[in-house]
Design a protein around this ligand. Structure first.
Ligand code: DLL
Length: 441
């Protein structure tokens, strides 16, 4: 597919040397701004005897203190803002896992940068002015809806601000409004495909060509499933509220890694245990420093997302670097009988077996002081009504596929169609009942 070059996407083609000069200039300005306006950051710099002027090269970023999600909680709601509230024109929030949300703020310039990186993201997928985008990311405090909205408008696409949920209406709009591109979470898109098919319509007859999916981990196997079942081309988009929202990075027509908009976001990969910075290619935790954010700049933010930088140039011609799709969050890693296990491994294994639909949940319990795991997988109606023996053989096949990928024998239980709750946003794949006492099922 040929990539359309929109005038505003030109920075993707900056010479690498030029980019590094720009990054250093912006890094130094960001560090100075944080030092001057964010008490916690200044205190941490002072504790290390560091001054903003000590940042002389890009590698000096490693001297700076990390920022953690707990820092955002501890300074709730506005303690890390670097501008007075009169300059903050928008707030978003992401629901933390415990208690209070994380609050993030934007100046007018921040919103401008956000629209610009989202515009570039859409361009990378081959979208242009004239495309009709069904924006099924949630509007509201979640960054997905409004982030995609303004980027697509800026591109000149027609945006349908339908938000998440209300599947019947989503389908009606897809059928009647000439939709050519759609964005939502990959798990919700799978639900949409199923519901379209249930109404007797083939998804590929709808006219949707491009899907922009993110906000949760998904695998290459899931992409293949989506593309096969829907006939669209599916792109992975990455971002997080603390950095800007969606638009930190996106895949291009090569669909082989996500380009990070490095003129706005400086990336490092660190070993999550030792905090050591890894060379390009090493897998570890993505750490991001914002280079242009005004209201809510982030220095060395620990994303908890596991990936690696792809050292090779991309065939699409962009010189900004890529990361591999996010494998998992560090906190999603399960340790079962001493083996590290990621939900994405389970997903890839399940999708390698025909006859399942990619609705699954991983149930963690504790028995006799040991962590137990069970994988629940939905099967198609046809499969479910088959004889017990066939269900058993399917369970075995799935367990075998998981063992092949992970080296672990994991019990698999087939459940009836629709037994696993559908999400309109981020899917909940892991149900952790380990803290609820023993043997609760
Ligand atoms: O999910 C922003 C977003 C909206 C991204 C729409 C893409 C599309 P948060 O709610 O703050 O923001 O969640 C951020 O979601 O740290 C990752 O763990 C996960 N995540 C986001 N995109 C991807 C992706 C939005 N493409 C957290 N692959 C991040 C895997 C993703 N995980």
């Amino acid at each position: 597919m040929e990539t359309t070059i929109h005038p505003e996407s030109i920075p993707d083609y900056t010479e690498p040397g030029e980019l590094r000069i720009l990054q250093l200039q912006r890094l130094r300005a960001t560090v100075q701004r944080c030092y001057d306006h964010v008490a916690l950051f200044r205190q941490r710099m002072d504790e290390r005897g560091l001054k903003p002027a000590d940042i002389q090269t890009l590698d000096d970023v490693a001297k700076l203190p990390f920022t953690q999600k707990t820092d955002l909680r501890d300074t709730y709601p506005y303690g890390l803002f670097a501008v007075p509230m009169k300059d903050v024109v928008r707030l978003h929030a992401s629901s933390g896992t415990t208690g209070k949300p994380i609050v993030v703020g934007y100046t007018k310039d921040d919103l401008d940068v956000w629209s610009s990186v989202m515009l570039r993201s859409f361009v990378a997928t081959g979208m242009h002015a004239g495309d009709v985008l069904q924006n099924a990311y949630g509007y509201g405090l979640f960054t997905g809806g409004l982030g995609a909205h303004y980027g697509a408008e800026r591109l000149g696409a027609t945006v349908i601000p339908i938000s998440g949920g209300n599947t019947e209406r989503q389908i009606l709009v897809m059928k009647d409004f000439g939709v050519t591109a759609l964005c939502c979470t990959p798990s919700y898109f799978i639900h949409l495909i199923e519901q379209v098919n249930a109404g007797g319509v083939r998804f590929e007859d709808l006219g949707v060509k491009i899907g922009i999916f993110g906000a949760e981990p998904w695998t290459e196997a899931m992409r293949q499933y989506i593309q096969r079942e829907s006939g669209i081309k599916a792109f992975d988009i990455y971002g997080l509220s603390e950095i800007i929202g969606p638009g930190v990075g996106i895949e291009c027509s090569e669909q082989n890694g996500l380009h990070i908009f490095e003129d706005h976001f400086l990336m490092e990969i660190v070993n999550p245990e030792t905090d050591e910075v890894l060379p390009d290619g090493g897998e570890g935790e993505l750490v991001i420093t914002t280079l242009t954010k005004q209201a809510f700049p982030m220095i060395r933010y620990r994303t908890h997302d596991i990936t690696s930088i792809i050292p090779e140039h991309c065939a699409c011609g962009r010189t900004i670097r890529r990361i591999r799709r996010i494998r998992s969050r560090c906190d999603d890693m399960m340790i079962i009988r001493g083996v590290n296990l990621f939900p994405s491994q389970i997903e890839a294994a399940l999708l390698s077996v025909e006859g399942t639909v990619p609705h699954y949940q991983i149930l963690l319990t504790r028995k006799g002081g040991l962590d137990q795991i069970e994988v629940r997988v939905e099967v198609t109606q046809a499969m479910f009504s088959d004889r017990i023996r066939e269900v058993e053989s399917m369970q075995k096949k799935l367990a075998h596929a998981i063992e092949h990928v992970t080296g672990l024998r994991v019990p698999v239980r087939l459940v009836e169609p629709n037994a696993i709750a559908r999400s309109e946003g981020k899917a909940k794949r892991v149900i952790d009942q380990r803290s609820k006492g023993e043997e609760i099922q």
